[in-house]
Design a protein around this ligand. Sequence first.
Ligand code: FE
Ligand code: CA
Length: 535
Amino acid sequence: MDTTRRHILDLHRRGALRGALGLGALAALQPVAGRAQALAFRSYPFTLGVASGDPVADGMVLWTRLAPEPLAPMGGMPHAATEVRWEVAEDARFARVAQSGVELARPETGFSVHAEVAGLAPGRPYFYRFRCGAEVSQVGRTRTAPAADAAPAKLRFVNAGCQHLEHGYFTGWRHIANEADLDFVFHYGDFIYEGRGVQGMEPSWGPAVRSHVGDEIHTLENYRQRYAQYRLDPDLLAAQLAHPFLMVFDDHEVDNDWAGGISEENGGRAFPVAVPPELFALRKQAAFQAWWENMPLRRAVLPRGPEITAYRSLRFGNLARVHLLDTRSWRDDQPCGGNPVVVPACEAVARPDAQMLGPVQEKWLLDRVAEGGATWQVLAQQVTVMRRDLPGGTFNMDKWDGAPAARERLLRGLAERRASNPVILTGDIHNAWVGDLRLNPLDERSPIIASEFVATSITSGGDGSEAVPGQAEILRRNPHIRFANNRRGYSLHEATAQRMTVTHRVLPYVTRAGAAQEDRGVFVVEAGKAGVVQG
Ligand code: FE
Ligand code: CA
């Protein structure tokens, strides 16, 4: 045993490796170059669980983060790179290990591990776990994508997100964990909420079932602690243990309703004191780093300063290509003083160069779609694309309704490239919606280019109700909208070469634990035939 390790073990014995006390004491203990520390943990280091994501035909990303004291600064870890071993096996007992390796959990990235596994067989389940010192993690189940030229019989996936910790129990995640044979879960964002503890609740959100730790989050250490608080939830853990995830972020991973370089505190009516963009950039940098650290993402997605390139494309045989989009980073600020976001439209809405994806991502997306190679082109993103003319003739400026020229360019681009059966996955508004997207949303003879399925929230908005407030009027104003529901839950998609079937699974309540799920609304898109039909 070298001196460093003996010293660390000695500190553990004396209880010095706890919280802030450990930080100063260990500054002199950085291991010599090329040597990582080997720890004897005082408590279980895999408190935040394990996860997998971004499956390809021969691998995926395996994630964990060492945090023996999950809510303490740096998870209670001594500040030295720590070796973590990972194993992928064909069986849950690890009798047939298929791949293994060692990664360093480093203080610079919050002791997170992102193992990019390759060399596995396509289209099959695998089991994985991590080891550090004498400690062994939970066993996760994951899955490789089908080979690029394979013709899988079906693809099953879930669309879910918006999991405000204070608004309810994560019962939806428990039901998702129990869904059989999912190829993946698309998490549309709002994995955390950035607000302070319960006193920051709006009355319409209902009673809080638990409380965020601390005030609104701004620093890297604040964001890390918030992710830790969410990841301690056992239902969320169960879902992450059960399936690979495709992760994107929406607004609350950074700040409510942020847009490009502009904070929610933008000098508008609700927040007259604006945060300057160069200071908001510092917050984005902290938020994106913590997001990357806490998600099963590849190193290619690592943020560079306040910028992150998280849009990417995944292939599931000849059945589907899934394009994961970022509708926050390169969009315009909400027009028409859209803060709060629901306002009557003004002249600024009609600006012809309106941006939601930004020119670079928009071109990237249309180039990917033009490559074809799959029955279904799935655009997996955050905010509602379909026009929603809301009660009193108002529109939500935070959605594509705030940038109709960008929506028209997207739909025209999909049509010109003869996109194969485009389906859009959305979240963010905390209720479920189904609708068709016409090139001209005001003309019922205009061709349908795509169909959109908005998944409800896991908890955000509390128990909810069967109908969205104002639902009858909204459906009357928007004939292309086929369905709305205001319960919590998720959407289950099943795609074959013939059709995509979408089932809205809802919970009667989330402010008490243990709700059973019920189905509300089954819809089908037939391949080669644009438009949603009742299932
Ligand atoms: Fe949300
Ligand atoms: Ca959101």
